[in-house]
Each structure stands twice: as C-alpha cells, then as structure tokens.
Design a protein around this ligand. Structure first.
Ligand SMILES: [Zn+2]
Ligand SMILES: [Zn+2]
Length: 240
C-alpha cells in the first residue's frame, strides 16, 4: 500500500508538491531546478567512483599488494565490487534512504549501479539478482529494505529476475560494538536458505547498500554455496 501510494503521488501530486515544497538537493538541501536529478553540481563533485586500485576478489581499495579484508578470512563469493566510496553525497543519500525513509535515492543509485554492471564484463553472465535480506521486525520498523528496493530497481533496468533465496532468521543486534569474532558468531545463525527458490547452476548477483567489513555478504554467500549456484557475484552501491 505504501509503495503504491508513493507511485501514485509521483504522478498526481508531484507537480503540486513541487510548488509547495520546491525540490532541494539531497546532499546540501539547497534548492535545485525541477529538471535536476537529486544532486546539485557541487554535491555531485563530492562523489568518488571506485575505478581502479582495488582487490580483485573483494573490491577493497588497496594501499599495498595484500588485501587486509581477504587475507585472514575465507571468502565464499567469487568477487565483489562497489560503485562509489562511502563519502560525500553518496553517504548522505544512503543515510536519507535508511534513516529518514526517503526512497528517492533508490532510482538514482540503481541507475548508476546498473550502468556499472553493464560496462564491467565480469558481471556479464548474471541470471538472477537478490538483496541482503532485512529481518522482518526491522523491515516493519523502516517500512522497506533499502537493499531490496535498489536490487529490484536494478533487476528492472537489466531485465533480470529478482529472487529471495535467503531469509534473515533472527534479529541481529547492531554489529558496531562487537569484535570481528563476535560479529562472525552472531552472523552464523542469522541467515537460512529457502529451498523453494532454485538457484542451482545459476549466476547470482547479491546486492547491498554498503560494504563495510564484508562479513554479511560473505556469510550469505556461504549459505548460498550449499545450493550450488554456478557463481556468486556481489555489488554494493558504496564501500566504507
Ligand atoms: Zn547539493
Ligand atoms: Zn580483498
């Protein structure tokens, strides 16, 4: 119902809303022209795409030869990349989406992610797209799963199927105050494979908003492996 109302409001209410609330830049909240897509010029300049100098496996920017994310953990996905660094207006847009319930960044971010997939040959064989699931309680609180919205929009743009082969089983508390070992233990029981979704032999693309330590996408990949997909690729909008 919420989504349908949003869709409807875009068509019917948008012109009226533009008069009452003129569009503002999502980065700095200054007024922008109606034809400007969410961000003003100065805010666009704060965005940094990740183009080279990253680890082939996990996509982390590399300062030296060895990747700090990969070297001491078993990586279960085939490869992961991120479109942008998690700073500037990208950080702001993801914050608006996650914590202020503003869904307008979804289309903007999904468009850039879809373009990234199209020009990066390693993603050429993708069959199905999925998102990092959110626990039902948190999804109800937030009203939506931001990664799911982005993944569904990417699937639409790429004309690929969206699927949900994994469910988040228990409410995992905020991970920020935990050590790496505690985080891994907490995650071990968090996801469960749904046998009714057949991903055997498929090239699957897992989407998330931000790659921080990579432990969440890695755990989901570990669970997915038991269903024997041909490939597990990961793409996140941003990299912390
Ligand atoms: Zn701005
Ligand atoms: Zn790495």
């Amino acid at each position: 119902m919420g989504n349908r109302f949003l869709e409807l409001s875009k068509i019917i209410l948008r012109p009226a809303l533009d008069l009452i609330f003129p569009p503002v830049c999502l980065g700095c909240h200054d007024r922008i022209g109606k034809d400007i897509d969410l961000l003003c010029e100065p805010c666009l300049e704060t965005i940094s795409p990740i183009e080279d100098g990253f680890c082939d496996v996990c996509g982390s920017p590399l300062d030296s030869k060895d990747c700090e994310v990969c070297w001491d953990s078993k990586i279960h996905f085939d490869f992961s990349r991120s479109v942008f660094r998690f700073d500037g207006a990208i950080r702001q847009m993801i914050h608006e989406l996650k914590y202020n319930g503003l869904t307008s960044p979804v289309g903007w971010l999904a468009e850039r992610a879809a373009n990234y997939l199209k020009v990066n040959g390693i993603y050429k064989d993708i069959d199905v797209i999925m998102a990092v699931p959110l626990h039902a309680v948190r999804k109800r609180e937030r009203g939506f799963n931001q990664s799911e919205l982005i993944a569904r929009e990417i699937a639409n743009r790429m004309e690929l199927a969206y699927c949900e082969p994994v469910k988040r089983r228990c409410y995992t508390e905020s991970q920020t105050h935990l050590t790496k070992t505690q985080r891994m233990q907490n995650l071990k029981s968090a996801f469960v494979l749904l046998p009714r979704v057949d991903i055997t032999g498929k090239h699957i693309l897992l989407i998330d908003d931000v790659f921080t330590t990579g432990s969440t996408v890695n755990e989901i990949a570990r669970i997915l492996r038991t269903a024997k997909p041909a490939q597990i690729a990961v793409l996140t909008v941003a990299r912390a």
